[in-house]
Design a protein around this ligand. Sequence first.
Ligand code: HEM
Length: 631
Amino acid sequence: MASHFALLQLPSVPAQSLRRGRRSRISKSTAPCTGVNYNGPRQNAITCCSSSNGRKPDLTNSNAVKEVDRLLQEKRRAEISARIASGEFTVEGSGFFGVLKRGLLRLGAPREIVDLLPNKSGGSPQIPNAKGSIRAVQGEAFFIPLYELFLTYGGIFRLTFGPKSFLIVSDPSIAKHILKDNSKAYSKGILAEILDFVMGKGLIPADGEIWRVRRRAIVPALHQKYVAAMIGLFGEASARLCQKLDAAASDGEDVEMESLFSRLTLDVIGKAVFNYDFDSLTNDTGIVEAVYTVLREAEDRSVSPIPTWEIPIWKDISPRQKKVSVALKLINDTLDGLIAMCKRMVEEEELQFGEEYMNEQDPSILHFLLASGDDVSSKQLRDDLMTLLIAGHETSAAVLTWTFYLLTQAPNVLSKLQDEVDSVLGDRFPTIEDMKKLKYTTRVIYESLRLYPQPPVLIRRSLEGDILGNYPIKRGEDIFISVWNLHRDPAHWVDADKFNPERWPLDGPNPNETNQNFSYLPFGGGPRKCVGDMFATFENVVALAMLVRRYNFQRAHGAPPVNMTTGATIHTTEGLKMTVTRRTKPPIIPKLKMTTVIVDGGASSQPSSSLPVAVGSSEGEQQDEVSATRT
Ligand code: HEM
């Protein structure tokens, strides 16, 4: 999730719609077309592509609808480009130069030339200004209207709501400048303010010296050997999910996959970060409920127009805020307990701390940090653990949710995926060596991350004046870098809205922000790039591989349409209800058996008694099909 937090906090101001009578809502013909409805929970659904239950899709009809959508979309974009070029949407100022510019644009002078003229104060060109109605971005996933505005106003524009304004950046070179080339001139701004109650000065919201010191302490903990060991943990947790799905498949019950993915990734991250087994796939304990209470609160705060939680008396009387305080206390006490326990383990250990240090009983990040002699206050340590928990939890859950959603619409991709998984894994648990071989599986995850980036927007605040593109900006500007827009820019991507893992050649490198020149930012970029990118990629690849080799997935009959809504990541509004059936063909029905091995330097595997890294059972073994030996 959250810096990872796709946050939009807007001031409560009267609406002033200055969109000049144009449509104020996304329309059927203009919504990016992946079959998702682009409305929030309180609005009528507008379905872009036909969203059948997935059992018997009317492909001919749906292809025709897609083609019409595509043509209409192209037409509309051409119109919009012409209008942008004419300067129609740009607020140019009312002075002499403003009038002159408007006149020249009307006469057909190229915009780039006109922009060279000074503005009314004799200074530099002004950022296009989209004065908007707050209603235009409320009540639906807010990055959708931002996409529309991007198509209208271009790669950088100012969105003004009454007294407050934001810069919306969708231009790769400006994104690169902010995130990488001049990253020191930007902080996390409002994100840090909103997340303070839960992450304090943890790595995501922290800035300046605290961030530098904490990043330097935490990054080494996610070394290669650790990530390799985690593959076993991912397999183990996915096998537990398979147990649940087996039961549903044999009982003929539909399953809500979004919440199951959330539990899967919570179980993974608890063990990975502080060696705590939430066991949320099996149990609903108080601590699991507490974690969800806090997560929901963080998400709600990030999209709430009025910060009621800052009103002193409200904190004490609001039942909801009281619940949040109780939940936070429970989590903090649990973390304090885990830190104390881990400290005792470290004290009793014969420590040989080195670069790829890992305790076999407890390979967690917490153990690494304590063993490294990390000199840090317990509050800071708690903030960091909480940040990693949140950062690594909902992001991965969202990626899996949208990947499975996309797969239900692309049976050809699913069968290609199953072919690869069958041939690479057979009935084994995945190992680190398999990660290199599961190339198509990895491409599916990367393509899903392109269409549904988590989070869809990155947040920054300028700490000093700067130049973005051609435009000077002042200190204190709140900036949203719309990863959603970058990832769906029709000028950059062929068939931008199409789920097409083949766009990344299997013999080419994995796509990342560097080789895509900041048009693709699934894990951010520059010094604040995600520290868990490899961890998360492997986690998603393992879960995806283990699920698709065992089951076929279809949207359940009568399932509600899939609408998007935002908190920290992109959620569905009503879940992702699916019918799961066991595969009978091709011939492999994986038998999942867990044995334990040591991971040696991230490359080879040998038997051990402690670390839960998975290896395959032979097909002949008479085992329960999903029996994970847990340590
Ligand atoms: C698919 C899953 C994930 C996605 C899509 C993702 C995405 C991102 C993105 C886009 C950023 C940059 C935010 C910004 O620049 O404002 C980020 C930062 C971060 N991520 Fe992730 N992340 C994922 C999983 C994880 C995991 C598993 C962990 C931890 C184990 C993690 C820990 C962090 C941390 C600590 C930061 C902040 C880094 C800093 O500011 O120095 N993430 N993530």
